[in-house]
Design a binder for this molecule. Structure first.
Ligand code: NOJ
Ligand code: CA
Length: 556
């Protein structure tokens, strides 16, 4: 018997809605603050449902809102089946979900299965328990090396810290062992061979699905199954994509055993009508993406290739064609992404000379090289329209509809991200794309709330505020709204056809119903082909498409 989503919703009945959806990522702590404490919350999201509706999106994805001490922006979860009291209650969540559903907007929540936080009940129990106990087996505890176990069990490195092992005494343990953490020490890795761990996640997926959640974004989906056979293989530098792609035999990433976990999850998803869906965050070799995107496992997998593709015609065409071919071959759908909460905002990347080493530039607080914010925003919008026209789903990140830039000059005292705090002076981290959104051009936090903002907002946020952009029919927000609405009306079969252009800097493709998209990446203005213009990312000049512009048009 399948469990059906409540009928009161305004959701479409199409079971394949996710194949070509527009999904908007909300970073809850930075979206809207309802009670003036400087932290975005669930009621804040609910209060902005009319705004979300105005974007004509199909779904929102909420980054973690669970109880967390925020060692990693909420990706350190204390309790998977609750709402952080600083962000609201489960009742607030239900109200938000019902409100979004009523407006036809589906909801994805973030599942973080690779690790819990150190404050999770199970980890606290494990720290107090003896080596070899049931409680320790839910995580990965091992004896250290050296005469007295004073050295970590292996040379493995984590994303944020030099070692992937931390001595249990850090959190008060008295048994001299070390525990594994792929990310920060406050994010201990689960032992996914443990049946209790496996069953608990089935319970979490059921918990949210029963509440009516439509889909799940799976954090570090490639990382759950690890090779923990001893002696541990050596890995003094972080495992790269090639190693992970080693036919599913890497140490940490992308091992074949991970799919047994997702096949079991699929059974939960398919108990619902419509079936729940999932998208994997899997940093794997592109050839391995289809294994995560299979309808027997998670169903969809982010394709991150456009995050690093330079804004150039040849590179965009090659990336598009590769992704489309891969999806076709595997009967999956494409998943385009330009930005998310882990990346420098794409408007900023596109306003910076591509030769600039971005990590160093960020460390200089954005001062070592000039940035052209205007052309960055313009190119970003052109890239977005290019991507929104393609077959498949598009995942967008809050603020990109405003053409928002990265905040590069967050003072050291305000930085929250472990990517900086644990890697001091090597990486500025990801706070710059997580600064609370500007809703108005004035006010203590530009309308984010009635108090301050948990990360400092720069003065220039005023010009990018919703209030300012709503009044301008050529603003990024106005063009996003127009394009997303058109996209939902124009959506058609998952095919694409390329058309020849007279300039190597111009790409032109169309979809089966005569929906055309043309982008001029750089150089001379290009004559607009014949057809009815639907939307342009920047105005045409004398009937020509200028550099950094995408136009959608229709041919009869
Ligand atoms: C990926 C998330 O997107 C990122 O923000 C987080 O730091 C890591 N996974 C660890 O959970
Ligand atoms: Ca709040």
């Amino acid at each position: 018997m399948s469990k059906t989503t409540k009928k009161s919703s305004g959701l479409s009945t199409d079971k394949n809605w996710w194949r070509q959806a527009a999904i908007y990522q909300i970073y809850p702590r930075s979206f809207a603050d309802s009670n003036g404490d400087g932290i975005g919350d669930i009621k804040g999201i609910t209060s902005r449902i009319p705004y979300l509706k105005s974007l004509a999106i199909d779904a929102v994805w909420l980054s973690p809102f669970y109880p967390s001490a925020l060692a990693d922006g909420g990706y350190d979860v204390d309790d998977y089946r609750n709402v952080d009291p600083k962000l609201g209650t489960l009742a607030d969540f239900d109200e938000m979900l019902a409100g979004l559903h009523k407006q036809g907007i589906r909801v994805f929540v973030d599942i973080v299965p690779n690790h819990s936080s150190n404050l999770h009940e199970w980890f606290k129990e494990a720290i107090d328990a003896k080596p070899g106990s049931k409680a320790r087996d839910r995580y990965v505890f091992r004896d250290g090396k050296g005469a007295n176990g004073e050295l970590p069990p292996s040379d493995w490195v984590s994303h944020f810290a030099p070692s992937a092992w931390t001595h249990e005494s850090t959190f008060g343990g008295k048994n001299g062992q070390w525990f594994l953490h792929w990310f920060a020490p406050e994010q201990p890795d689960f032992n996914w061979e443990n049946r209790e761990v496996q069953k608990d996640f089935l319970k979490t997926l059921t918990f949210w699905s029963d509440r009516g959640v439509d889909g799940f974004r799976i954090d570090v989906a490639h990382g759950l199954a690890k090779d923990l056979s001893e002696p541990f293989r050596s890995m003094p530098v972080h495992e790269g994509l090639e190693q992970r792609g080693n036919k599913g035999k890497g140490i940490w990433g992308d091992r074949n055993e991970v799919f047994a976990i997702y096949k079991e999850w699929r059974k939960v998803f398919n108990q619902y009508d419509p079936p729940r869906v999932a998208v994997a965050e899997a940093y794997v070799h592109p050839e391995r993406l289809p294994l995560y995107a299979s309808t027997k496992t998670l169903g969809q997998c982010f394709d991150f290739r456009f995050i690093e593709t330079p804004f150039e015609a040849a590179a965009y065409k090659a990336a598009t064609q590769e992704a489309v071919d891969l999806a076709k071959k595997n009967k999956s759908s494409c998943t385009w992404t330009l930005s998310n909460h882990d990346q420098i905002r794409h408007a900023t990347k596109m306003g910076l000379n591509p030769a600039v080493e971005r990590r160093d530039w960020m460390l200089s607080n954005g001062t070592s090289h000039p940035i052209d914010m205007k052309s960055g925003t313009q190119n970003a919008l052109a890239a977005t329209l290019y991507i929104l026209g393609l077959p498949g789903s598009t995942y967008m990140y809050q603020g990109e509809e405003l053409g928002l830039h990265e905040v590069t000059d967050i003072p050291e005292k305000d930085i929250q991200d472990p990517q900086y705090l644990r890697n001091l002076k090597v990486d500025k981290g990801r706070d710059g794309c997580r600064v609370p959104l500007p809703w108005t051009s004035s006010g203590s936090s530009f309308g984010f709330g009635s108090g301050g903002a948990h990360l400092p907002q720069p003065k220039w946020f005023a010009d990018y505020s919703v209030e300012v952009e709503e009044k301008d029919s050529l603003s990024p927000l106005s063009i996003y709204r127009k394009a997303l609405k058109l996209r939902s009306e124009l959506q058609t079969k998952e095919d694409i056809k390329w058309h020849k252009t007279k300039d190597i800097s111009v790409l032109h493709y169309s979809r089966p119903n005569g929906w055309h998209c043309i982008t001029n990446f750089r150089g001379h203005a290009y004559p607009m082909p014949k057809g009815e213009i639907l939307v342009a990312s920047s105005p045409l000049v004398n009937g020509r498409i200028t550099a950094g512009t995408t136009v959608w048009f229709k041919k009869k």
